[in-house]
Design a protein around this ligand. Structure first.
Ligand SMILES: Nc1ncnc2c1ncn2[C@@H]1O[C@H](COP(=O)(O)OP(=O)(O)OP(=O)(O)O)[C@@H](O)[C@H]1O
Ligand SMILES: [Mg+2]
Length: 416
């Protein structure tokens, strides 16, 4: 979910910079938003969720919808405890800053006497977590009212005493992070066409959030927040850091939060958050997809730790690009499409937010790249530097982004 965390050997994943002196409140249109600090509990969640008026605007794109009220089920703690076998370790799907995510099984007795059920994912707040009620409520308020094929479905929640839980549709293929950087024989390299499919899905999800009727800045776009269903359809999860963008003001000012390596430079340095700050994060994921390497990796030599800084000079040139393409693709990709995607990454990573494309434009460019079916080149192994894959899945850099962006001299991929 993206806030600084300290639980269970997890290295903090997220920028949390109280020393920045930036306001902790979200200022939109010169008023301090109180929509996320409204009271919690039971049906109050739905009453306090009037961010948007229900809309059927064309702008929302195919399948996108804003529901008039969060359509969420309130689960009891006992139900979720039973669904996850008392939150047993062997049900753990992953762990983030909010807490552990468990796989569970819910009996739907109302549907059939014989008891049919469904698989769910249950995210349980860790008592040591620095994330908490605000992020939990943002998730309920945002995700509870938004419906889109590329957003993960929030089914319901539980709020009992100090227990805060969120219940989602189960995503069979887990996170993109797992597929790109996971270890072990069960993790198969993603072929080029699946990479594009995932990127297009995630881009459509962001474009929906950015559409005129919604204008949400997602703020935590990264590989671990892109979940995949059985057919590798991508869905965005984790709205704990999402913010409404004001229509009359181009940005919101917030305490700097997000995830190392993905946050846009203007946000890191000024706290000004734009819709286009999300586009920068998308650019970082594009580069991770192209190279198969993590945005930040402390086990790489100093000049290569920040992936974007390292490979940026290689994205614009088709010949150089070959040197940074993920070796696990084994050369099986249309080089024209790869060049187009790399060029897109460069524009998404523009230093000035105004120079970045809209997510609608990103979708169109990716769809075009997807239609290119050049004859694959003879397999060639590139990008032999693969140390990052030997790391545990949840390793993240504890470095602050400000330190990262000013880090020493630039190296070159594979010492070229
Ligand atoms: N709905 C889901 N279905 C299947 N697996 C899920 C689901 N939600 C989360 N997971 C798994 O749990 C992991 C942890 O998710 P979580 O969002 O809590 O943390 P994160 O994204 O890794 O980190 P952060 O706290 O920085 O966002 C995910 O990477 C994914 O593997
Ligand atoms: Mg997450």
């Amino acid at each position: 979910m993206g806030i600084c965390c300290s639980s269970h050997n997890k290295v903090p994943t997220t920028i949390l910079d109280p020393s920045s002196g930036l306001s902790q409140s979200v200022t939109t249109n010169n008023t301090t938003s109180s929509s996320l600090s409204s009271s919690l509990g039971g049906s109050n969640v739905s009453r306090n969720s009037q961010f948007w008026s229900a809309s059927s605007g064309d702008d929302l794109g195919p399948g996108g919808q804003i529901l008039p009220h969060p359509n969420l089920k309130i689960y009891t703690f006992a139900e979720l405890k039973s669904a996850t076998k008392n939150f047993r370790n062997d049900t753990v799907l992953g762990e983030g800053g909010f807490g552990k995510v468990h796989k569970g099984w819910i009996e739907e007795k109302s549907i059939s006497k014989h008891g049919t059920g469904s698989v769910i994912a249950v995210k349980k707040l860790n008592s040591e977590s620095m994330q908490g009620i605000e992020e939990w409520q943002a998730e309920v308020n945002f995700l509870g009212r938004l419906s889109h094929p590329n957003l993960v479905k929030l089914l319901g929640y539980c709020y009992e005493g100090k227990e805060l839980l969120l219940v989602y549709e189960f995503m069979q293929k887990g996170s993109l992070e797992n597929h790109l950087f996971g270890r072990g024989s069960t993790v198969q390299p993603l072929p080029w066409d699946l990479r594009l499919k995932i990127l297009i899905g995630a881009a459509r999800g962001l474009a929906f959030l950015h559409s005129a009727d919604i204008k949400i800045i997602y703020r935590d776009f990264k590989a671990s927040n892109i979940l995949l269903d059985a057919s590798y359809n991508a869905k965005l999860s984790d709205f704990g850091l999402a913010k409404m963008a004001s229509s009359s003001q181009s940005h919101v000012t917030t305490r700097v939060m997000g995830t190392y390596g993905y946050a846009a430079p203007e946000y890191v340095t000024t706290g000004h958050l734009y819709v286009k700050s999300d586009v920068y994060g998308f650019g970082v994921v594009l580069v991770e997809m192209i190279t198969g390497m993590r945005a930040l990796d402390q086990s790489r030599p100093a000049a290569q730790q920040n992936l974007v800084q390292w490979v940026k000079p290689y994205l614009a040139n088709r010949r150089k690009l070959k040197n940074i393409m993920d070796s696990r693709l084994e050369g099986r990709y249309p080089s024209k499409a790869a060049a187009n995607v790399a060029q897109l990454a460069l524009t998404c990573l523009a230093q000035e937010q105004k120079g970045r494309p809209s997510m609608q434009e990103v979708v169109a460019i990716l769809e075009k790249a997807d239609s290119i079916s050049e004859k694959p080149k003879v397999p060639r192994i590139h990008n032999s530097y693969r140390n990052d894959r030997q790391q545990p899945l949840h390793h993240r850099s504890p470095l602050h982004v400000k330190q990262d962006v000013s880090r020493g001299r630039q190296g070159s991929p594979r010492g070229l």
